[in-house]
Ligand binder design. Sequence first.
Ligand SMILES: [Zn+2]
Length: 332
Amino acid sequence: MDIFELTKALMNIPSVSGGEEAVGFFLRDHLSSLGWNVEMQPVSPTQNNVIATLNENPRVWLSTHMDTVPPFIPPTEDDEKIYGRGACDAKGIIAAQITAAEALKKEGISDIGLLYTVEEERASTGAKAVNMHPLAAKCEYMINGEPTDNDLAIGSKGSFRLLVKTSGKAAHSAYPEEGDSAIETLLDILEDIRHTHFPHDDFFGETTVNIGTIDGGIALNVIPPKAEAGLLIRLTTKREPIEQALESVIRGRGDIEVLSCSEPVKMLPIEGFSQKVVRFTTDIPHMPNWGKPLLLGPGSILVAHTKDEYVLKKDLIEASELYVSLAKKLLG
Ligand SMILES: [Zn+2]
């Protein structure tokens, strides 16, 4: 199977977060047939991380995630591109990494491992589960794959997910003076958040806030007693100063419920590779035991998670060559 066939075969198996079992079995069978030792690490009754090695304790690992965002979009192609869900995030990356690992194997280099996780797109539960795996102790470098346009990402912003919750007092809407609208309080808080300049960082850039969801109220004729908004803040600093800034904007008018947080990470710069900082987060903050992290992959984050997701075929080939040269450089 060549790199394009492997990309399409992986894309043909739906694996929206939580439903990665079949694609994991496919990878197990494919890698076993190529001579890899494959371990399926259970993460939940229907989810397994795939861990493949050639020798006992590889020093350099290639990794990415098997899950995708919804909806499933089957692969199509033309001469230049492969289109569909997972083309660049991240099934094309899995194919490029396996192609690179096979090329290294053919050159007699066996000091490499392959790691494919579940649920990166939700809460990185696969990465969290694999962090304590005994093989982590011998890993010196973890080359993670996400769409970076084949540049070496030397930094990635963090991701802070939280709810802002307000409460009020329900009343008949004809007698608003009898109630207290949780939605109006929430709107005031959100307006203040939109005009807040959060701390930023010269290396990582601006801290940005997305008000992603708003929920609240009971009926059109009831003063709403409860409301909440879901925020995703792209962190460029530690969490504390941002949380403090939020508290001082909210000024007791509502409560913060933290859903998850991964802080910004610096990754290994390597001479000879074009470098940049990316704004998205990855599995890397959840796998601190797996050596020094690097991040590179084919395709653009700007098309990942969209209905128009694609990857250039030439970028898949280039990525597999870049993984080979990175691995060789790291192995010395
Ligand atoms: Zn991804």
